[in-house]
Design a protein around this ligand. Structure first.
Ligand code: ZN
Length: 246
């Protein structure tokens, strides 16, 4: 079961396009896993600094960095800020190599990122950068600072902006992380009324709704990678035991 795999992981990496995205696609899960002793890392590709109606991007970036650090502390997770330019996330090999380097350093068994069906170009880029980053990370012939590493599981989290074709294939009990998540997101001005979108209402209700279907107080939904991805991303792992084939 996916839930067992998630909570058995010693290291989990969550890649979000903008600070606050990792918090919504996997925040309650991250808090619950961290409580269990897992090392969880949020990789914010950008700070989302273009999103303030009054502050210039430089000032809002500093504010979001501070908010993200406070949110991470409340969730019990680590944080990396790649500080790429909001609205202009480069979807290229050089950036995917930076993601690869974080994957090789943190050696996560589970990686979570955006679903690719998003109206937001940065979210689509983040989904692709993560998949390419995993591909690079697994390539043993690619020499970087850290040795090759193949995560065992790639999941795509639920985000209101990434709803095109998203299917909630797996529901993970995150009840143990919900309270920490509520406190964490309130560190962001974005959650306290900066946006016209009622983030906290939406996600609190969503996690409860998913919980109703999971049979727990709260749950988060995830889409799985394709079968061919799951087979292909393990190409560089040791061969499976074929002694029972014939
Ligand atoms: Zn975003």
């Amino acid at each position: 079961m996916i839930e067992d795999k998630v909570y058995a992981a010693r290291s989990i990496l969550v890649v979000g396009a903008h600070a606050f995205d990792a918090e919504v696609i996997a925040g309650p899960l991250a808090a619950a896993a961290a409580k269990n002793g897992a090392q969880v890392t949020f990789l914010h590709l950008s700070m989302g600094e273009q999103g303030h109606p009054c502050l210039i991007p430089e000032h809002y970036s500093a504010q979001k960095e501070d908010e993200a650090a406070k949110a991470a502390a409340r969730l019990g997770v680590g944080m990396r800020n790649m500080k790429l330019r909001d609205a202009f996330l480069p979807n290229d090999n050089a950036t995917a190599l930076q993601v690869c380097d974080v994957i090789r350093e943190m050696r996560p068994e589970v990686v979570i990122t955006h679903w690719h069906g998003s109206w937001h170009k940065d979210h689509r880029a983040a989904a692709q950068l993560t998949q390419t980053g995993i591909f690079f990370s697994a390539l043993p012939t690619l020499k970087r600072a850290h040795p090759a590493h193949t995560p065992q599981l790639l999941l795509f989290g639920e985000n209101w902006e990434d709803d095109e074709g998203f299917r909630p294939e797996h529901l993970v009990d995150v009840s143990a992380g919900f309270d920490a998540w509520q406190k964490a997101v309130m560190e962001y001005e974005l959650a306290r009324g900066l946006s016209s979108f009622p983030y906290v209402d939406y996600y609190s209700a969503l996690y409860r709704l998913r919980g109703c279907l999971r049979g727990t107080r709260h749950a988060q939904a995830f889409a799985a990678a394709s079968h061919s991805w799951n087979a292909g991303s393990g190409l560089f792992a040791p061969p499976a035991d074929r002694s029972h084939d014939t």
